[in-house]
Design a protein around this ligand. Structure first.
Ligand SMILES: Cc1cc2nc3c(=O)[nH]c(=O)nc-3n(C[C@H](O)[C@H](O)[C@H](O)COP(=O)(O)OP(=O)(O)OC[C@H]3O[C@@H](n4cnc5c(N)ncnc54)[C@H](O)[C@@H]3O)c2cc1C
Length: 444
């Protein structure tokens, strides 16, 4: 293999988030500059772009058309040419609705192939089938990444700056430290617990069926107030017609109020939705609950459950707001009586082990509890909340909260995991940070 062992910017993980800043750079004509400073993208899988998004057998919570914006108004013709690619047409068929995530993944894979061509043509390198096993900061301030190939070869690459885009995971063990209605789901309910990622995956309904076998009047509890929780409810309510689900058979137990997205506060008021204030409106776009609000299929179900907008009721679904105190007896009893519990309590970033120059582990803030991986500049945080120099993070569960020009409602707490944000303001921020101090080196 002919690869330089030294580069300016190293991307670890080339899924939807990892390629997003590179898509932004290609669209805006900055990729060539980034490649000139030395760009290497390392991806464990055999292609860039799709990552794990297609593992979910559900529709997107993003408008189908939004996925295609990245090939509009591009300075790079190779991206523009994708507008008419069959995989883009397949997404466009869903237009103003939800596109199935496997269809989105096929488009992202095409996008990834094109981004790879653009990177390589500009002099950068893409290493597919290479998994980073660790990053060590050298005394020079550069990063040394150790990589393993699928055939077991080991190699290293050094970089001035590195971007972690390795995705996120859900683990049952993490549930042992998250109290739900007074105490954690694990280990008490280990025998009837599924993760939302499993339920939303391709074999997800079979997993539910296994728990419900022989149960005449099944009861299902879904814990969480995120898109994954509501998408799990939608999948169960609509994907298993053979189940006889009585009124209230499926309950979503959620801590925060469930919010509904509207294009404007006026549109919300016109439908009788009044559960908001000025802090819930995005200053940049004027949208209501732009970040916290449910969209598309999940929005429809939440509106039915809340009785908003004249939607027909969904009697099989009940909502239970988990009490803020230690004990929530009703919540506990819902959990106890459920035949299966779906935990939709979020994802944790995976990252790779990071070490100081002397080989001691560099503990990350994200290593414990629910702390974010990154700060508002996408810099990775250590366990003292200090930004680690030259190390950035992006992607699912990285914990980035948009603010300023990126917009979003001021009341928003939590994290945003949208591809559009990564391909636009967040991607721009990362590319500019990578180029800082590097572009002069190229010019010289
Ligand atoms: C149920 C669900 C629905 C979603 N729906 C939407 C939606 O509708 N719209 C939207 O915009 N977003 C959506 N998202 C959020 C987000 O877009 C996806 O989760 C997306 O897959 C996250 O991209 P990622 O790159 O962070 O992680 P991943 O997709 O997991 O990609 C990570 C990549 O890094 C690689 N990798 C991992 N470790 C290493 C390593 N050590 N070395 C080298 N490579 C490595 C992997 O092979 C993979 O390709 C959804 C998320 C979930 C969970």
């Amino acid at each position: 293999m002919n690869m330089s062992d030294s580069c300016g910017s190293l991307f670890i993980g080339g899924g939807p988030a990892g390629i997003a800043p590179l898509v932004w750079a290609a669209r805006t004509g900055r990729l060539k500059l980034l490649a000139q400073t030395g760009l290497v993208v390392v991806e464990a899988g055999n292609c860039l772009g799709a990552g794990s998004i297609g593992d979910h057998a559900i529709g997107s919570d993003t408008l189908a058309d939004t996925f295609l914006e990245c090939v509009e108004n591009s300075q790079d013709e190779r991206l523009s040419a994708l507008r008419t690619h069959p995989s883009a047409e397949a997404v466009r068929r869903y237009s103003k609705g939800a596109a199935p995530l496997p269809v989105v993944a096929a488009f992202l894979e095409t996008l990834g192939r094109t981004v790879q061509d653009i990177i390589e043509a500009a002099g950068g390198q893409v290493l597919l089938g290479h998994r980073a096993s660790g990053l060590r900061r050298q005394r020079t301030g550069r990063w040394l990444a150790t990589l393993q190939t699928v055939t077991g070869e080991s190699l290293t690459v050094t970089a001035s700056k590195a971007v972690l885009a390795t995705g996120a995971t859900q683990r049952l063990d993490d549930l042992a430290s998250i109290p739900v209605a007074g105490s954690p789901l694990m280990p008490e309910f280990a025998g009837k617990l599924l993760l939302s990622g499993e339920v939303l995956g391709h074999g997800g309904l079979d997993a539910i069926r296994r728990y419900l076998r022989g149960t005449a009047a099944p009861k299902i509890a879904i814990v969480g107030g995120s898109h994954s929780a509501v998408a799990s409810a939608n999948r169960i309510l609509h994907g298993m017609p053979e189940l006889s689900l009585a009124a209230g058979a499926v309950t979503i137990l959620h801590r925060r109020p469930l919010r509904i997205f509207y294009p404007t506060p006026e549109a919300a008021l016109a439908e009788g939705y009044t559960d908001f204030g000025p802090q819930d409106v995005c200053a940049v776009t004027g949208r209501l609950y732009r970040l916290a609000g449910f969209r598309l299929d999940a929005r429809d179900l939440v509106m039915r459950a809340l009785g908003v907008g004249g939607r027909p009721a969904e009697p099989r679904l009940a909502l239970h707001r988990i009490g803020t105190g230690d004990a929530d007896e009703q919540g506990r009893s819902l959990l106890r009586s459920a035949d299966v519990i779906v935990a939709a309590l979020g994802y944790r970033p995976t990252a790779v082990p990071i070490e100081h120059a002397d080989g001691t582990p560099w503990r990350l803030a994200a290593g414990s509890g629910t702390a974010p991986l990154v700060n508002s500049a996408c810099e990775v945080l250590d366990d003292a909340q200090h930004a680690i120099p030259g190390l950035y993070g992006i992607g699912l569960a990285a914990g980035f909260v948009p603010q300023g020009a990126a917009g979003g409602e001021p009341s928003f707490v939590g994290q945003t995991n949208g591809l559009w944000l990564w391909q636009n303001p967040i991607g721009a921020m990362i590319v500019e940070a990578l180029l800082q101090g590097e572009s002069g080196r190229v010019a010289a």
